[in-house]
Every structure is written in C-alpha cells, then in structure tokens.
Design a protein around this ligand. Structure first.
Ligand SMILES: *[C@@H]1O[C@H](CO)[C@@H](O)[C@H](O)[C@H]1NC(C)=O
Ligand SMILES: *[C@@H]1O[C@H](CO)[C@@H](O)[C@H](O)[C@H]1NC(C)=O
Ligand SMILES: *[C@@H]1O[C@H](CO)[C@@H](O)[C@H](O)[C@H]1NC(C)=O
Ligand SMILES: *[C@@H]1O[C@H](CO)[C@@H](O)[C@H](O)[C@H]1NC(C)=O
Ligand SMILES: *[C@@H]1O[C@H](CO)[C@@H](O)[C@H](O)[C@H]1NC(C)=O
Length: 491
C-alpha cells in the first residue's frame, strides 16, 4: 500500500523560495541550515528536455540496529550520462529536505561526474520527502531518525546498489557528497565505512554540534556593513520588550508587520530571519541587479530612524516572500501535526536530539544582530512539546561530537570546502577555533574567500563566479581525478 500510494505522486517543479513551497511552522528548521536548492537555481530545471529523470525506489531497512528486517521505499535519482565503465559513483545526499531530480541534472557535482566519467545518484534522506520508514511523524515514530541510521542507509544502499551499470564496492569507487548537514554525513561515511566509501566531498559541514551557537549571529554581523545600526535598534527593541507595556509592544509588532505573533520570543525570533537568510545564501548580483546586502542596509539609512528602516525592511520582506508570519514564526504551531513530508518537523527532531545548533543572541558586550529574547529557551523550549518529555535537555551533543570527532575528525581522502562568510563555518573543520589543518596528499581543506553556505555546489555561472571560487572548483576536480587515477590507492 505504501508503495502504491507513493508511485502516483509526482515531483512538482518549484520555482519559488522554500517559504512558499512549504509554509512551515518552524522557520529555523528549513531556512537556516538546509541546503535549500531553491536558493541555488535561478530557474526550474526539473524537466530538462521535457523528459523527467525517473524517480526510483530502493527497499531500505527500517531499522539497521534492531531485529526486524522490515523495509521502506527510499527514493533516488540516477544520471549515468557521463558514466564510463570503471568510473566512480557520486552518492549525493540531499540532507534535510526532499530530494529532487535537480540534484543529478545540474550543479557542480554533475560537472565533477562529467570530468571523471562518473555516475551521480542522489538518495533521499530518511524522514524527508517521500522516504519514510513510518506512517506518520508522531513522537514515537521519530525513533528511527538518527545520524547512525542515515549513515547505515547509505552503506546498505552501496552494498546492494540497484544499479545494473556498476559492480559492487570496492571494485566501483563510491564518493559520498553533501552540503551542510549532509556535508557532515559525507565525511562521516568515509570515517564509519572506509571499506565501502573511497572518498568524500564535504561542503560547508558544521561537524561540531553545539547548544548555544551564538557565533552564527556574530558571523552575520561581520558580514553586514550596517551591523552597528542594527545592533542599536536591537537594543531599542529589547528595551521596549523589557518594559512590558503591552500597548507599546503591540505598536512595535505592528510596525514590523508581525502583530499576529503573540509571544514576545516569537516576535524577537522573526526579526532575524531576513538578515540570516541574506548572509547564509548570499550570491553576488547579476550584472544589472542590486546587491541584496546593500539593499537591506540601505533601509537603515534611508528612513527617519534606523528602527523605522528595520521595520520597513521586515514588512517588505514578508510581503515579497509572501510569508505568513503567524504560520512561519509561531514556534509551537504544528507540535501535534504528524503529517509526513514536513522537513521542518524532521529536522527539528534532529536538532532536538543530536545537533542543537541553536542560534542564540550573543551576550553583551558582543554586538548582537538579534534580540536577547532569542535565547536557548526560545530555541529548545518547543522540543519537548513536539516530541515528548523524555527528551534530554540540553541536547547531549557530546555524544555525537565524541563519536564522529567533531572538528577534530581524522580520516583520509576527504575534500572539505567551506565559505569564508558562511555563518556555519565556525562549527566546521575550518573554524578559527578548530585544530589547525594542513593539506596533505590525502586531505584537502579549502575556505572559499567571500563565499556563503555551500556555494561551491551551485551550478557554475560565468557571470557571477569569482576567480577564487573558479580556482577551488578546479582543484576539487583535479584532486578527485588524482585520487581516482592513483594506482597506489588500493580499491
Ligand atoms: C544528466 O546531466 C546532464 C547535464 O550534465 C543533463 O543534461 C541530463 O538531462 C541528465 N540526465 C538525467 C537522466 O538526469
Ligand atoms: C494570539 O492572538 C490572536 C489575535 O491576534 C488570538 O486570536 C489568538 O487566540 C492568540 N493566541 C494565543 C495562543 O494567545
Ligand atoms: C537587465 O535588465 C533588463 C530589464 O531591466 C533586461 O531586459 C536585461 O535582459 C537584463 N540584462 C542582463 C544581462 O541580465
Ligand atoms: C530604502 O531602500 C530600499 C532598498 O533599496 C528601497 O526598497 C526603499 O524603497 C527605500 N525607501 C525609501 C523611503 O527611500
Ligand atoms: C499539518 O501539516 C501539513 C504539512 O505542512 C499541512 O498541510 C496541514 O494543513 C497541517 N494540518 C493541520 C491540521 O494543521
């Protein structure tokens, strides 16, 4: 029944931002970490040449560590256009969002496959999109969602690869690729399953889990030329919120177009959404477009006061992105909605149980782009309401950090790429506070100057790509060619 129901569903071509595509209750879930492909492509590329890449299904184990041999259909897409016998397989994990054919049709990974005569497979992550081991997302049904299960999925897929073109590993070399959370998974696959995984390409992976991740906000501030004006308005806003004068608070919410948010903390949380998105997904403007960061900062100087400018910027943002604030920023909304295909809910569970990654306000005297009401309680508070009182709080991140090595991870044949301006970099192997890394024949570490989150994975674009990005992409290709062709590297 499960299979039949899934087979009739089709992939919908999405040209709009994720907010529109999937109006979620929890903004941090999708918008802040997800490697959101809608941000990466200008135009829909789902049906190239009018011919859709077929959706395929793999019988995956529900529980890799239990006694049951039950399976569920896991969705994947394949592109073998560039494949030549003996070439590698790039296993592209789309991470915490629905998979789509785009992953194998366009983007830098497809170019990498072309340059190395490889095959590209993108395997949907369990609990996202159509790949669900459970009938709904009730609290008890979340129990098969963990990093260990997700890694075991990829291992089992490699071992039983439903790809007639190729031989099994290690005769065929498998390279695991991913960005953001899936960038972690790529490196961890090489760590946990070295006999199955030849190499990994880990883009913008926040490999260290952390509860109080105030450094994200510091990185956002560093990137915005108007950060001092923003910080001043945030102090003003907090002053009004501290005052507890309901009329004044209501007026403030109204000025920002956020009067539908009853909770003070939800209002405070909503204010940071725009600038965080701007910095995390920043792309240089096309020739006759305006620079998104400059346009945002302009609001703070072209209004009567910076606060009025901030309010206008927020109202315009909600309007142009068609964001329903009550739906998007109400943190407790949807706590009891167990419908499948809510990436936000699934990712929230992963943060509540393993990663945290809570983006909190830096404490004074650090400059803060967000209100002090955006604290740990704002972020982690809803965890138990969503998934049950048994959840450990704070999130026991040490468990994950110890198991996979966090930013001290030590495994060979991984190409790590990060963006200089990516607010997640401070949890990566290239964080300024991580142990210093040196390139070797076996590992590469690159920070792309001025790049945002996962920028390297985008489809190359002659108009906006800059020299350092082009150089590093070329190094990635050359390194994989070298590793794949090196006769000294046993299969
Ligand atoms: C494979 O990738 C190429 C682009 O490199 C694209 O034109 C083609 O449509 C893709 N094929 C499939 C089956 O997705
Ligand atoms: C929030 O405010 C709206 C009116 O703006 C009201 O209808 C609703 O009941 C309130 N919700 C809560 C939880 O207080
Ligand atoms: C510049 O913008 C105009 C419309 O404002 C458009 O017609 C033109 O194609 C754009 N040029 C480029 C190079 O994007
Ligand atoms: C301020 O700048 C923004 C961004 O360029 C623009 O959209 C807005 O219309 C300007 N507002 C005023 C009052 O000039
Ligand atoms: C539950 O979430 C789904 C997916 O976001 C949504 O379509 C549905 O309307 C929600 N149900 C309720 C009762 O809110």
């Amino acid at each position: 029944m499960h299979y039949a129901a899934l087979a009739i569903l089709v992939i919908v071509c999405q040209t709009v931002g994720l907010v529109l595509a999937e109006p979620l209750a929890f903004r941090w879930a999708d918008r802040f970490l997800t490697f959101d492909e809608n941000e990466l492509f200008d135009e829909p590329v789902n049906y190239l040449d009018g011919d859709p890449t077929p959706e395929r299904w793999f019988p995956q184990l529900v529980d890799h560590f239990g006694l049951t041999s039950a399976t569920f259909p896991q969705r994947f897409f394949v592109n073998d256009t560039w494949y030549q016998a003996g070439g590698p397989v790039y296993l592209y994990n789309p991470g915490e969002g629905a998979n789509s054919a785009r992953k194998v049709q366009r983007g830098f990974v497809v170019d990498l496959a072309r340059a190395t005569q490889g095959l590209v497979v993108s395997l949907e992550h369990r609990y996202y999109g159509r790949s669900n081991p459970v009938p709904d997302l009730s609290p008890t049904n979340m129990r098969y969602l963990s990093v260990a299960q997700a890694l075991a999925d990829m291992a089992y897929f490699i071992e039983h690869a439903p790809l007639p073109q190729i031989q099994s590993a290690p005769s065929t070399r498998w390279v695991v690729v991913g960005g953001s959370y899936a960038g972690n998974l790529a490196a961890w696959m090489r760590l946990e399953y070295p006999h199955l995984v030849f190499a990994a390409y880990s883009s913008s992976g926040p490999v260290r889990a952390k509860n109080d991740y105030y450094e994200y906000d510091l990185a956002v501030g560093d990137r915005l030329p108007c950060h001092e004006l923003i910080a001043d308005t945030v102090v003003e806003i907090d002053h009004v919120l501290d005052g507890k004068d309901t009329q004044q608070i209501d007026d403030l919410k109204k000025a920002f177009g956020l009067e539908s948010l009853n909770r003070t903390k939800d209002f405070a949380g909503a204010l940071v959404d725009q600038m965080a998105t701007l910095v995390q997904y920043y792309a240089p403007p096309k020739s006759n477009h305006t620079d998104s960061i400059n346009a945002f900062c302009e609001y703070f100087s072209n209004h009567t006061t910076p606060l009025n400018g901030f309010a206008a910027a927020t109202r315009d943002y909600l309007k142009t992105k068609e964001i329903d604030a009550a739906q998007t920023f109400n943190t407790y909304l949807g706590a009891k909605n167990y419908t499948l295909e809510q990436s936000g809910r699934s990712w929230f569970y992963q943060t509540c149980t393993e990663f945290a990654y809570w983006q909190t306000a830096p404490r004074s005297p650090m400059l803060s782009m967000r209100s002090k009401y955006v604290d740990l309680d704002y972020n982690a508070g809803p965890c138990r309401a969503f998934f049950g009182s048994h959840l450990e709080m704070p999130v026991p991140v040490d468990r994950l950090n110890e198991r996979y090595g966090a930013d001290s991870i030590d495994v060979d044949r991984v190409f790590y790429v990060n963006g200089e301006f990516d607010p997640w970099r401070r949890l990566s192997v290239s964080s300024p506070v991580a142990p210093p890394r040196q390139d070797s024949l076996k590992n590469k570490y690159r920070v792309i100057p001025r790049a945002s989150h996962c920028y390297d994975l985008r489809a190359p674009d002659e108009e906006t790509d800059w020299p350092e990005l082009v150089t590093i992409r070329a190094e990635i290709v050359a390194t994989f060619q070298q590793w794949l062709n090196d006769p000294a590297i046993a299969r």
